[in-house]
Design a protein. Sequence first.
Length: 132
Amino acid sequence: MKVSFDFDSTLSREDVQKYAKSLVEKGYEVWIVTSRCDTESALAKGWHWVKRQNQQLYDVAEDCGIKVQNIKFTEFTDKIGFLKGKDFIFHLDDDVDELIAILDSKDTCKPVNVEHYEWKKTCDEVLSKTTL
């Protein structure tokens, strides 16, 4: 079962990292789906600072046990373009526009706002309705 996390202001938070790591340990397929550019694309545009920023993302992914192949850079396009039809259980994000786009898509992926005080409870409830 696949779950997805935004990075900036979401998986960059220690509480979210702890949660993502626990899901990896339970056997969930955890993804990072970020609007960022990948390093190669950024360097081609002369955005050299992105290499350092993305290294921070890769370091967090490694610490959480998230596989490199489970990191998707959407290059500033809506994340639902990647998520739709791929059987993600939920996507946790701080960007309301991204969450609304997921909701409006009618995809089975449940959008969850990390800024809601019960984000973790909501994720757990969504997961409890599915089985590994």
